[in-house]
Design a protein around this ligand. Structure first.
Ligand SMILES: [Mn+2]
Length: 332
């Protein structure tokens, strides 16, 4: 890939580097950041990971050295300004860094985006975008290998394995290719124990999370053709179960586990407005559906945020908008 050589050159010629990723980071975001961090550390770079969000507790095992810092403008604005290069991982729209937007806009150094989402915004100097990649971790792996950038080790392998495992839904989503299994096989040579990583990420739930799921499942509803299924999470349910947004991760997948359903939606109430996540089967482009409401994402997984909107005022509008896409659902 053309971009790899320039990315490599920019990383090699910079000594102070900051890595960041999107709000509410997932396994791919954190795993990609740490894999690149460990590689750059081996090259003796002054590298820091600074994120808007706290690392979710399910991913804390990846960051035993407490490398990842939560952004605080008093501490980090100077560090960021003094850096020569910033890398944005697993995101391609600047507002995904939320509280870091201002300092990123002022940043004078080189900027790179490494990502696999569609509909990139033009905010960075250079991009490595591969929407065929199942995870940003796959791109990082590919970059490491093709450029012989770093010798893999167990730390890097665990980070990349986590990135790929989480973004492929444990190796079952579209884009889980033979190539991905070969990459994973290579990573596993470094002593990865899949059962332990899976347990760290998916079996550490607080009881509140399951109770919240109970609330959410209670709200499951189908449209008239039984091809769209949606669920809603209210602020009240979060409060009563003592949970937060990070606990909702994965809930939306229940909506598409209903027989005959082609589009699933999860509505999530915010203090100001709401968010909606979309999932689809086959070729139904829920990224286009999300774009109708100012959001974006992938063909089969996307989302939008409606500031100041009320779920009950929008639910029928959004379901109605989704119905237009149902005919495009034939399997490839
Ligand atoms: Mn990703």
């Amino acid at each position: 890939m053309e971009g790899y050589k320039k990315f490599r050159k920019d990383l090699e010629s910079s000594s102070k580097i900051v890595l960041t990723c999107h709000v509410n980071p997932d396994g791919d975001a954190i795993g990609s950041e740490l894999a690149l961090y460990y590689a750059l550390k081996k090259m003796k770079k002054n590298v820091q990971i600074i994120n808007h969000s706290e690392t979710p507790y399910t991913l804390a095992f990846l960051d035993e050295g407490k490398i990842i810092q939560k952004y605080n403008h008093k501490i980090h604005d100077e560090i960021i300004s003094n850096s020569e290069l910033m890398v944005f991982l697993d995101m391609n729209v600047l507002n995904r860094v939320v509280s870091m937007v201002n300092i990123c806009k002022k940043f004078k150094g080189k900027t790179w985006v490494v990502d696999h989402h569609t509909d990139a915004e033009n905010f960075a100097g250079d991009y490595i975008l591969n929407t065929n990649a199942c995870a940003t971790g796959e791109i990082i792996y590919d970059f490491f290998k093709k450029e012989k950038f770093v010798e893999l080790d167990s730390q890097i392998a665990i980070a990349l394995y986590t990135a790929i495992m989480t973004d492929t839904g444990s190796f079952r989503f579209d884009r889980t290719t033979p190539r991905i299994h070969r990459i994973v096989a290579d990573l596993m040579e470094f002593g990865i124990r899949p059962e332990l990583i899976y347990e760290q990420i998916y079996d550490q739930g607080e009881i509140g999370r399951l109770k919240l799921l109970g609330y959410a499942l209670e709200t499951l509803s189908l449209n008239s053709t039984k091809e769209i299924c949606h669920m809603t999470i209210s602020l009240k349910a979060l409060k009563e179960t003592g949970t937060d947004e990070a606990d909702i991760e994965g809930f939306v997948n229940y909506t598409t586990s209903v027989r005959g359903v082609k589009i699933g939606m999860l509505f999530y109430e915010l203090p100001n407005g709401f968010k909606v996540s979309f999932r689809s089967k086959g070729n139904i482009p829920v990224n286009k559906l999300a774009a109708e409401f100012g959001g974006g994402g992938h063909l089969n997984a996307s989302g939008a945020r409606i500031p100041n909107g009320k779920i009950k005022e929008y639910l029928n509008i959004i379901v109605g908008a989704a119905e237009k896409y149902l005919t495009k659902g034939e399997r490839k």
